[in-house]
Design a binder for this molecule. Structure first.
Ligand code: GLU
Length: 310
């Protein structure tokens, strides 16, 4: 049976929204509304050191100002903020531990980066440069007693996983061979992005993920994680990124927060510029998101990254 479409906005409140975020969110809104789906707003305030309440409030306000509404979520419902969902991540973490997919790692960040770069394509291996991956149960137990808190890594699967992206086509990845194991819980106890986002998409019934293509590479791992946790993975559709075109305008437009853009133009002017940049309109004439819905079609959205301000 076809699942009813449930899409989401999932911003991290570590800064104000910029033009690139807005483009992905406009496309997420159009995609969901065109399918008469339900749209959620999930606040990804997982990292207490980087998340600031003033950014979260500004994000919600900027989206509403632009005409991008949602049906359920933060701020009306605090259950959609990741900071309040630790118990859910804990439960998933325990499930993965019970499947023997998790191990503690005491490496520094520098050691981890070196280990990742030592991955040789074609060989099944779990972080060849990480000694923690190969400790015996006894050695692990002894080190866990030493006091220094470890990070926790997930043994990535040595299997080819394909995600059929709605805009970029088939994405095939073997996480063990191409990415290595990855941290799902930091040494300070904070759960990492890949775990939280997978648990949330699964438990919130998300069927459709639209976001910037900088996260395209994460989708096979998220699909695998959701299925390993017993859920049904959403479909994925990634959006092109806005990149610096080298001109003066790009520095200005690209670096301006929505808050400052709002001082210079109205919402329809800004949506018009986004629609033009994305390839949805021939000109950047002002338009509302609702007007774009009429003939919205992913086939018109560019696939290559979009230089601004050349
Ligand atoms: N919170 C992430 C960000 O703001 C997006 C996560 C996602 O869409 O999966 O970049």
């Amino acid at each position: 049976m076809e699942r009813k479409v449930v899409g989401r906005f999932a911003p991290s409140p570590s800064g104000y929204l910029h033009l690139g975020n807005l483009l992905a969110m406009l496309l997420a809104w159009l995609d969901c509304r065109a399918q008469k789906g339900t749209l959620l707003f999930r606040l990804e305030d997982l990292d207490p050191a980087r998340s600031k309440p003033q950014f979260a409030a500004a994000m919600a306000e900027d989206l509403r100002w632009l005409g991008l509404d949602w049906d359920r979520g933060w701020p009306e419902d605090g259950a959609y903020a990741q900071s309040g969902r630790t118990a859910r991540y804990e439960a998933a973490f325990e499930k993965l531990q019970a499947l023997d997919l998790v191990y503690p790692c005491w490496c520094s960040r520098a050691q981890r980066l070196a280990a990742a770069s030592a991955l040789a394509p074609g060989e099944a291996q779990h972080d060849p440069g990480c000694p923690c991956a190969r400790l015996s149960q006894k050695e692990r137990a002894a080190r866990l007693l030493t006091g220094r808190a470890p990070a926790w890594k997930l043994r990535s699967p040595d299997q080819w996983i394909t995600v059929e992206d709605g805009h970029y086509g088939a994405q095939t990845q073997n996480p063990a061979r191409e990415r290595g194991d990855w941290v799902i819980r930091r040494a300070d106890g904070v759960f990492a992005y890949q775990l939280a986002v997978s648990v949330d998409d699964m438990e919130m019934g998300v069927t459709r993920v639209v976001r910037g293509r900088d996260l395209l590479d994460s989708s096979p791992r998220q699909k695998w994680l959701i299925e390993t946790l017993g859920g049904q993975a959403p479909s994925y559709c990634h959006a092109p990124l806005l990149v610096d075109g080298g001109g003066k305008l790009s520095k200005r437009l690209g670096s301006l927060s929505t808050q400052s853009l709002r001082r210079e133009m109205g919402p329809e002017t800004l949506v018009g510029k986004l629609a033009f940049l994305a390839g949805l309109r021939e000109t950047d004439a002002p338009v509302t998101p609702r007007e774009l819905l009429g003939d919205f079609d992913w086939a018109r959205v560019k696939t290559e990254d979009i230089p601004i301000g050349e």
